[in-house]
Design a protein around this ligand. Structure first.
Ligand code: IPD
Ligand code: CA
Ligand code: CA
Ligand code: CA
Length: 260
């Protein structure tokens, strides 16, 4: 497989989907719920995913695909695509301009390509295994912050926050007094992009799915950052940051968990 020509194709696919999302933004959307009252989906999520899957299967009919709205399509292939067609559905529904398209490719269970496109900002993030991370074709790297006091962090809150054992408010309360600032973009993929560029020094979130994370994980790693996924009770916790801030965050979370 010529990874560079595949990358060019993926870039054209995410840009096509981005154009559709901008055209349909702030139009009358059909909104339905999924796992609960805060977990929403629109016809734009579904249509975006259909377009991406259509392109992939047209080019690579034997590849496997894991996508948010359609689940797993399993083929006997070492290649697997992981797709979040619209990351930031709640933002999209409210006309808040932060939403993204996230497409990752794995070979033998290892991430080899990650592409995230943020249509409203026209920001294209690309990572290839071993070849670095890029924003609009310019190399990016994580921040050099070495303390929590000088760090701008971001986080998110799960859709099942009313019922989950850990709704992130404990971690939030623990960290907010110690850090320079906190942001909540509403798109996990975009949060990871901002860690990769160093705009955010770190990011954490509970209960994410692999389609939220896959492309952004490779992006942060190729930007010389660290991404850790661990179990906290029944939930998964993702921490992404530069190496030093990642370790400091893990220490904070461990301290918080020991208290409870
Ligand atoms: C959501 C966004 C959000 C995060 C949620 C995700 P979706 O994805 O990434 O930032 O807090 O946990 O599920 O549903 O908009 O694709
Ligand atoms: Ca969703
Ligand atoms: Ca998502
Ligand atoms: Ca989504």
């Amino acid at each position: 497989m010529d990874i560079d020509s595949v990358l060019e194709k993926v870039i054209s696919w995410v840009k096509e989907v981005g154009k559709l999302q901008l055209q349909r933004l702030e139009t009358n959307l059909n909104i339905s719920t999924k796992s609960g009252e805060f977990d929403l989906v629109t016809e734009v999520d579904q249509l975006s995913e259909e377009i991406l899957i259509g392109h992939i299967l047209n080019e690579f009919p034997n590849h496997s695909i894991l996508s948010e709205e359609n689940g797993a399509l399993k083929h006997h292939s070492k290649f697997q695509w992981i797709i979040d067609p619209l990351d930031g559905t709640t933002n999209y529904i409210h006309g808040f301009p932060i939403f993204s398209i996230s497409v990752a490719l794995k070979y033998c269970d290892e991430l080899i390509m990650g592409v995230i496109y943020v249509p409203r900002l026209d920001e294209l993030y690309v990572a290839l295994k071993g070849r670095g991370a890029y924003l609009n074709y310019q190399r990016i790297e994580v921040s050099t912050s070495t303390s929590l006091e000088s760090s701008l962090l971001s986080t998110g809150f799960p859709y099942n926050r009313g019922i989950t054992s850990n709704n992130n408010l404990n971690f939030f309360n623990q960290l907010v007094p110690k850090i320079r600032g906190i942001r909540r973009t509403g798109s996990a993929a975009y949060d990871l992009c901002n860690v990769a560029t160093g705009r955010f020094d770190g990011y954490w979130e509970l209960s994410l799915n692999s389609w939220d994370i896959a492309a952004g994980k490779l992006l942060v790693e190729e930007a010389k950052g660290k991404v850790i996924s661990l179990k906290v009770g029944e939930d998964s916790l993702l921490v992404a940051a530069n190496q030093m801030i990642c370790d400091l965050l893990l220490t904070e979370f461990e301290a918080d968990l020991l208290k409870s």
